[in-house]
Design a protein around this ligand. Structure first.
Ligand code: UP6
Length: 270
């Protein structure tokens, strides 16, 4: 699986969104996801537009915005269309099916209306996937262009995502390819099918042997772009503050894109 190209994996994928993302990555030559963790909608939209040419996915936390309005989703979708990337709302749903169905489709955020992808904790078991899918049945237009990533393993220090939890989360991902495009994980072990995409956060340049700090003081643990792709099996690497705290976010995104893509090419050519 790790030696296969994104195009070859897209051929094997049984989830339509996973195939679409793998093809997008191959065509656009990028495996970078930028996490736009800023507090104002305008700043997030500006960031998305600036980094747009270098990313395959733009990841949001809309519940951290001070000024979220119904305009945000459609505006972000316009930018995504211009630059050809997918939008992931990192909601990390984690409740019973009925509740997540409400949270996904309704409320202020109406996530299902604008986010191509969402993240989901495995904790509640298969019912959480049923809940999200049932919500989409009422938004029929989107049944075919929505999918989720299951959080199997977290990047932060002392996370409770143990090996056995992780392995159960992988089984859930494998059995629900109808709606699961990938997993959020720190390593590739046990990821069964070539179609499942590994999304790996906790990425920042200048770590793994170099002086820059490998944590953020609040438990986040960082690895370098090369390390996550070559040693941890990341397909898509998530960079947040590595880009948002850089003096020029477009330059920073290009820098990370180059490092990550080079590492991917090295991985598939070995
Ligand atoms: N994220 C993690 N670790 C996980 C899952 N998700 O850091 O296990 C998300 C965070 C944040 C981004 O919610 O949006 O990835 C990482 O941002 P950073 O690069 O600024 O640390």
């Amino acid at each position: 699986r790790l030696k296969m190209t994104f195009d070859a994996r897209a051929e094997k994928s049984t989830n339509m969104m996973s195939a679409r993302l793998l093809r997008l990555m191959a065509t656009k030559r990028t495996n970078l996801c930028v996490a736009g963790d800023l507090r104002s909608s305008a700043a997030v939209l500006r960031l998305a537009d600036a980094v747009g040419p270098y990313i395959c996915v733009f990841k949001t936390h809309v519940d951290a915005l001070d000024d979220f309005s119904g305009q945000f989703g459609p505006q972000l979708c316009e930018i995504a269309k211009t630059h050809n990337f997918l939008i992931m709302e990192d909601r990390k749903f984690g409740d019973i099916g009925n509740t997540v169905s409400l949270q996904y489709g309704a409320g202020n955020f109406s996530v299902a209306a604008w986010a191509d992808l969402v993240t989901v904790h495995a904790l509640p078991g298969p019912g959480i996937i049923d809940g999200l899918v049932s919500c989409l049945e009422t938004h029929r237009a989107h049944l075919k262009d929505r999918a989720c990533f299951i959080v199997a393993e977290m990047s932060c220090k002392d996370a409770l995502t143990t090996a056995s939890y992780r392995s159960e989360a992988m089984k859930l991902a494998e059995t629900r390819v109808d709606f699961v495009a990938g997993v959020v994980s720190q390593s590739a072990s046990g990821i069964p099918s070539p179609g499942l995409i590994q999304l790996t956060p906790g990425v920042r340049a200048g770590v793994n042997g170099t002086p820059q700090s490998d944590s953020d003081g609040l438990g986040q643990q960082y690895n370098s772009p090369r390390h996550v792709v070559l040693e941890r099996g990341a397909d898509v690497a998530v960079v947040g503050r590595g880009v948002t705290e850089a003096p020029d976010s477009a330059e920073a995104a290009k820098f990370y894109r180059d490092l990550l893509w080079e590492a991917y090419l090295e991985r598939v050519s070995e």
